[in-house]
Design a protein around this ligand. Sequence first.
Ligand code: NAI
Ligand SMILES: CCCCCC(=O)CC\C=C/C=C/C=C/[C@@H](O)[C@@H](O)CCCC(=O)O
Length: 250
Amino acid sequence: MPGNLKTKKVFLTGGAQGLGKSYVDGFLAEGATVVFGDINGTVGAATEKEFAEKYGKHKVKFIKFDVTDGPKFEVVVVAVEVVVKCMCFQFHTSQTGVVRGTFLAYKHMRKDKGGKGGRIINISSGFGLENALLVPVYCGTKHAIRAFTSSLALAPDVKQLGIEFGVVCPGPTDTDLLRHLDHTKVRHAHLITPDKLAALMSPVDRIRCGLMKLVHLEEMNGAVLYVDRNEMNFYKMEKVNLGENWPRQD
Ligand SMILES: NC(=O)C1=CN([C@@H]2O[C@H](COP(=O)(O)OP(=O)(O)OC[C@H]3O[C@@H](n4cnc5c(N)ncnc54)[C@H](O)[C@@H]3O)[C@@H](O)[C@H]2O)C=CC1
Ligand SMILES: CCCCCC(=O)CC\C=C/C=C/C=C/[C@@H](O)[C@@H](O)CCCC(=O)O
């Protein structure tokens, strides 16, 4: 359980804007030191400046990188661990980045290899829990992220290694992703008008509250949080995978 975050170092990806930026803000507000990466150097630098003014220069650092760039990702994760030697959270915006980043963080945090343990939180979506006629590819990647992370949480040695895995599944949220949705790429786009979509969105703060609730769980391993403007619930994965984990433990 992280308890007081003042001594914690948090690492996030996709932190320049939108939900990632809001998460950076949430951790900084609780006193953590945050390193965040993003592919967008201009917006990332502006976000770093904004938070450095609000929370202090030494509390926040931005690194421009693409989560699909393996070698750079490794350097970033290693650097964070070496510099701060403490727990690490991470968030990703692409599936390749999620898988690679999760294994890198796992490798550097595991206690049996000299790490300090920590929590790895991946960002899925409400579409990682249900099907989505309009965006099947996106939906498939979000299911993959959710299932990948929940499957890692099943490992019998996680306690011993000091690592916990959790997932956040936000509902529709007011960020550029939805505000600037390219309707030509959405299948059967007539089924949802921009007005209807806008009415469903939560403010980013609402999702950040959910994330911080997950972060403060006494035991986080295996937690899957769904949060939208009306609901904030932890789900048991049995609901999604029909009650079976493979291989079965009977
Ligand atoms: N906005 C929404 O309704 C929901 C969003 N999500 C998820 O939350 C996450 C964040 O989404 P939003 O804040 O809405 O999007 P956004 O588009 O506002 O922000 C995404 C950030 O990720 C960065 N990024 C993109 N590709 C990158 C890469 N290869 N390497 C490093 N950084 C990269 C972008 O530069 C940007 O700063 C995504 O995983 C999204 O699928 C989940 C459910 C709902
Ligand atoms: C319970 C509902 C929760 C929904 C939360 C979300 O994740 C909202 C995101 C909704 C739409 C996202 C669309 C993303 C689209 C682009 O990546 C686009 O290029 C998709 C390509 C088409 C496809 O996925 O098949």
